[in-house]
Ligand binder design. Sequence first.
Ligand SMILES: Cc1cc2nc3c(=O)[nH]c(=O)nc-3n(C[C@H](O)[C@H](O)[C@H](O)COP(=O)(O)OP(=O)(O)OC[C@H]3O[C@@H](n4cnc5c(N)ncnc54)[C@H](O)[C@@H]3O)c2cc1C
Length: 510
Amino acid sequence: MSEAGSGRITKVVIVGGGTAGWMTAAALSRLVAGGVSVTLVESEEIGTVGVGEATIPSLLDFNRMLGIDEDAFVRATSATFKLGIEFRDWTRLGDAYLHPFGTHGRDVEGVSFHQLWLRQRASGAGDPGSIGDYCLSAVAARRGRFNRPSANPQSVLSTLSYAFHFDAALYAAFLRNLAEQDGVVRVEGRVVAVDKDPDAGSITAVQLADGRSIDGELFIDCSGFRSLLLGDALRVPFTSWQHWLPCDRAWAVPSARQGPLTPYTRATADTAGWRWRIPLQHRVGNGYVYSSAHIDDDAARDALLAGLEGTALGEPRQLRFVAGRRDRLWEKNCIAIGLSGGFLEPLESTSIHLIQSGITRLMTLFPDTGFSTVETAEYNRVMLREYEQVRDFIILHYHATQRSDSPFWEHCRTMALPESLQSKLELWSGKARVFREQGELFTPDSWIAVLLGQGIDPQSFDPLAAVLPAGETARFLAHVRDMIDKTAAAMPTHEQFIAQHCAAPMRQSA
Ligand SMILES: Cc1cc2nc3c(=O)[nH]c(=O)nc-3n(C[C@H](O)[C@H](O)[C@H](O)COP(=O)(O)OP(=O)(O)OC[C@H]3O[C@@H](n4cnc5c(N)ncnc54)[C@H](O)[C@@H]3O)c2cc1C
């Protein structure tokens, strides 16, 4: 039953045709068959942010929801498979660890696997190796191998989890094609003004530079950092998190492919931030995310170019941003999805996930013209909490460092933390406890990989880790490690898998 005076939404307007706009359009295109018009306005003149190439496994759910054939998607976007992220030089210069997707080992009688591993390590009776040795995605990544997981839960291969690296422009084009096939109407034009209802203050139409006006009942702001609707028109304030995440600029440049196709993203810590390396089928995406308070633009650009493995395919492009988010992501009849709502730097490749999260929650709470304030508040509550949870996970990487070789790392190592992260760290520091909050994106396995990878050793472990006699624990760990190693060794290489299933057509590399 609707609230008094409210009815069905019949006109949805999406402003912006970047990754956020076309993901939203593809998801909402299913409404068209039910008589809802979905219009997307974008401006070629303005263009898109054009980066955003690494993803996390939740994207598979989005693809499934849209009925996308995965091999066709990989070919169309020149994608590769991603089993995790390798972090180099984050704890100390020369150190490296992997944050893999998937799980570590197998829990025993309700005791988390990492507790058994910690107990074995503490016993001094034989080196259990690194926690990554017990995660199939990590071992396969190190060996440069890939296969899709098995659907059989008894198989070790069922524990593998993966995501993609793809070309952001090709991804938007792929989704545009899907959305247009399903009846989404694309309008080329530049929005120059936003009309609002004088009483309610909600948005009624957007005005284009050529004089056209596009009216609607529900407006999705996918206008990128400009935040034309939520920020400019509805004046929802932005809260900056720059004191925790000081990086505010990036240089990005593609380079020629060289060497084997690694099935993981690389994030290398640098003097005033970090550099990404994202392998695609036709090129490698590279960037340096840095704090402009700690390094000047030219020095950051030089560091990026000096660190490339292959020849640069063009001039580096600069991007500017501030970490943070709008205080509400849904206001009146407008929802901001993508960069218009907030930005967290790409260290854990979470922006596209947050777009997806915004879309699925919008679908769950799809409004009528009454725009229930209770539902809007619920949307804001869960989305804002998710932003904070992701923020905390990213801050952890910066803070948990022993580096003091530059003012940037000195700042990160000594900064005060958000309370939510501080209490997570305290729980970990005692008996290595990790709990997943409701709706939290990152699993305990992710936290464990990064906490141990960043060198935060707990003082002790769960007393229940003595669930197995010591000798049996050692045999169990050795067995798990061996099974994982053999399974990874039997997989095809990443290149072989792609060549066999989903090689992209030859493309211009830039
Ligand atoms: C350096 C960097 C690296 C990143 N790497 C990753 C990554 O690896 N993984 C990840 O998940 N995310 C990453 N992101 C984030 C990711 O790029 C974005 O989340 C994603 O591209 C979505 O952007 P968007 O669609 O919100 O905005 P945009 O791509 O900026 O699109 C905005 C759209 O709005 C339109 N528009 C703007 N103003 C007007 C107007 N007046 N009239 C009409 N149209 C208008 C534009 O034309 C465009 O179509 C990265 C971001 C940055 C800055």
